[in-house]
Ligand binder design. Structure first.
Ligand SMILES: Nc1ncnc2c1ncn2[C@@H]1O[C@H](COP(=O)(O)OP(=O)(O)OP(=O)(O)O)[C@@H](O)[C@H]1O
Length: 303
């Protein structure tokens, strides 16, 4: 759906995007994760033909961008930094203008399209108020509603949850997951590890303009070969597991073992009571820290 090859953008001596090879596949919920200033917005704008690359190539929905961007855009819903709206008009009126300006979708069905989009983002009840009375979160949702008007095959969203409270973030996450289940490919940028971890199926991590990893989240979070065991008999368990015990903290043990089921059988057979047992997985935070080193506290860990 989105492919870039050695995509580069320099502003003078600043290389905002540095030889990025992006590969977003149909059906992905792709999280483009990086700290502030790492080049996310610049890349998103290049994908939409709003900024020209210094070098490299871009394909969106199989077409070269910016060369054929006019053909591509009707199938793409986009939300880029601070969605613009006429402040004195209602959300509905803003969407009507947007809908009239775009291609595809006749006048007769406009009202239905706008109702659907407003309902999808949870603005159905407030659409008569002027946008200047909206909170930042409501403006962000209105921007998203605009991106949904044409039932796009691909959504390209730059920090879509900026300005939203935790409930709003959850609603957007549920909405994007539902749209994705209905066949829409979702590409979003974020500086929030937790957001990407909760929402995405595939992750690209960008650090100072460079894509340092691109991988399915499930593969990134591969099991570590350790099993976490909770037991009221930690002493007895430690005796059974001589040599495999890596750490012990109260009634929680970390054991080097590949198979939780086999380990459970072993413990139970030895008379050790087990209250919980599961394979340890790496978190996205650990993966990113390993990749980007000490500077990576620039990533926001909190959702
Ligand atoms: N129009 C511009 N002129 C000069 N430098 C720019 C321009 N736009 C971006 N930059 C620089 O390019 C780098 C990447 O910026 P960009 O906005 O793409 O990062 P970002 O990851 O989207 O960050 P943020 O989340 O803060 O928007 C930064 O060093 C920024 O200062």
């Amino acid at each position: 759906m989105i492919v870039t090859r050695a995509l580069t953008k320099a502003y003078g001596r600043t290389i905002a995007v540095n030889a990025v090879d992006l590969d977003v596949r149909e059906g992905d919920r792709y999280g483009f994760l990086g700290p502030n200033g790492s080049g996310k917005t610049t890349l998103v704008r290049m994908l939409l033909g709003l900024v020209y690359a210094t070098s490299g190539e871009i394909e969106v929905l199989g077409e070269p961008v910016p060369k054929r961007v006019a053909e591509v855009l009707p199938d793409v819903g986009a939300l880029v930094e601070g969605p613009a709206a006429y402040p004195h008009l209602s959300g509905r009126r803003n969407l009507a203008l947007l809908d009239a300006a775009g291609r595809g979708g006749g006048r007769r069905t406009r009202r239905r399209r706008i109702d659907d989009a407003l309902d999808q983002v949870g603005l159905g009840g407030v659409d008569q108020r002027p946008v200047k009375a909206y909170s930042l979160g409501m403006r962000q949702r209105l921007g998203l509603a605009g991106a949904l008007l044409r039932k796009p095959r691909l959504l390209i969203l730059d920090e879509p949850t900026n300005g939203l409270d935790p409930q709003g973030i959850k609603e957007i996450r549920e909405l994007l997951t539902a749209l994705n289940a209905g066949g829409t490919t979702v590409f979003l940028s974020s500086h929030l590890l937790a957001e990407v971890e909760q929402l995405c199926t595939r992750v690209g991590v960008v650090d100072r303009g460079r894509l340092v990893i691109q991988e399915d989240l499930a593969a990134l979070r591969a099991e570590t070969g350790r099993v976490l065991v909770g037991t009221p008999d930690p002493g007895a368990a430690a005796a059974v597991l001589d040599g495999q015990l890596e750490a012990r903290e109260g009634d929680r043990l970390v054991i080097r073992h590949a198979d939780p089921a086999a380990l459970n059988a072993l413990l139970v057979e030895a008379g050790v009571r087990v209250t919980s047992i599961h394979a340890e997985q790496r978190t996205l935070e650990q993966v990113v820290l390993d990749l980007t080193g000490p500077g990576s506290d620039r990533f926001g860990a909190a959702g």
